[in-house]
Design a protein around this ligand. Structure first.
Ligand SMILES: [Zn+2]
Length: 341
């Protein structure tokens, strides 16, 4: 099993039903169906992005696999840990291949072949498809028989934001489960659980529209804003006005952890500046290419390498408990000097 992106991992610390927030009614239905031994073999989980459909799908599979608890997962047995750790060999994901819009017939043939094999260790194989509405008519039709009668009693869970986007023939073969957006209170709880401080979580929860995905995006937008601020200050640095240096370290510094994040951003800029001054245009920070090019315009390769060294050295000293403001003042002075020498 492999997770398609980072977002999944951030969210998959614990899996048992008890850890699912905001979908009590749905979880109760799952518990009942597991107890009765009559779990449907194909589900559609419909709901807005970031409301917990994937997490719930994995919790359901974990509960079906775990032999320790009758209608939930224990979260600690070997099987539970493999599901939570993302390395259970009997769980398969389907999503459009990179750069492709649709899920292809070939992908669906592969998964059908895979599901027909004996499970490695679980009682049955499982397949999660997202977004299921990316099956086009042909691939959807090729999948109907599998949905109706999954080989080896496999369980198939289709995730979509809108079940109406699926063919009626697909819908009629699956049990539809509707997920509502999370309440702000649930988002706040989940953010706090993921380690965010209470004030930030409360603010973010109000802005997230019931979606953990949106909350994560908001968080990374915060980082984006900080990066822009850093670039703005870098561009304005000059030894002729020493206030530009003190302003910069005041604005982009912060506590030790924030300063280390800033230094990591600077390191990634410096790496690109070394590349640019060596005549290589293959950089990471493409959105600020113009600014980076401007900054290296009067630096040679030796100078940009020295700059990267200076940043690394500052990072080490900040880690070793140096005064963060002084360390940044000193670094920005060197950067200003490098650009003007
Ligand atoms: Zn278990």
């Amino acid at each position: 099993m492999r997770f398609p992106n980072r977002f999944w991992l951030g969210w998959l610390v614990n899996m048992p039903f008890a850890d699912i927030v905001g979908h009590d009614r749905i979880i109760e239905i799952f518990r009942r169906s597991i107890r009765s031994g009559k779990t449907p073999h194909a589900y559609i989980f419909e709901g807005p992005a970031g409301c917990g459909r994937r997490k719930t799908a994995l919790a359901l599979i974990q509960a079906l696999y775990c032999r320790e608890v009758a209608d939930d997962a224990c979260g600690v047995c070997g099987s539970c840990r493999k599901v939570a750790g993302g390395n259970h060999g009997d769980i398969h994901f389907i999503e459009p291949l990179p750069e492709k819009r649709d899920i292809s017939i070939a992908q669906l043939r592969d998964i059908q072949r895979e599901l027909a094999l004996r499970p490695y260790e679980a009682p049955r194989k499982a397949c999660i498809m997202e977004p299921a509405d990316r099956m086009n008519v042909n691939s959807a039709n090729s999948f109907l028989k599998t949905l109706e009668e999954p080989p080896g009693n496999a369980i198939i869970i289709l995730l979509t934001e809108n079940a109406d986007m699926l063919l009626p023939t697909i819908r009629s073969r699956c049990q539809l489960v509707r997920f509502a957006p999370l309440s702000p209170e649930c988002v706040r709880l989940l953010l706090e659980k993921s380690g965010m401080d209470a004030a930030a979580a409360a603010l973010m929860a109000q802005l997230a529209d019931g979606s953990m995905q949106r909350a994560m995006e908001l968080e990374s937008e915060g980082l984006t804003a900080r990066r822009e601020l850093l670039v703005k200050h870098l561009e304005g640095l000059t030894l002729k006005r020493v206030i530009t240096i003190f302003d910069a370290s005041e604005q982009v510094g912060g506590n030790r952890e924030e300063t280390l994040e800033t230094l990591d951003m600077l390191l990634s800029f410096a790496r690109d500046m070394v590349f640019l001054s060596a005549g290589c245009s293959d950089i990471i920070n493409t959105t600020i290419r113009t600014s980076l090019e401007k900054m290296v315009s009067n630096m040679n390769l030796k100078r940009t390498l020295q700059l990267a060294d200076d940043i690394l050295e500052t990072r080490r000293s900040v880690q070793r408990n140096a005064n963060v403001k002084l360390a940044l003042d000193h670094l920005f002075m060197r950067i200003a000097g490098a650009a003007e020498a």
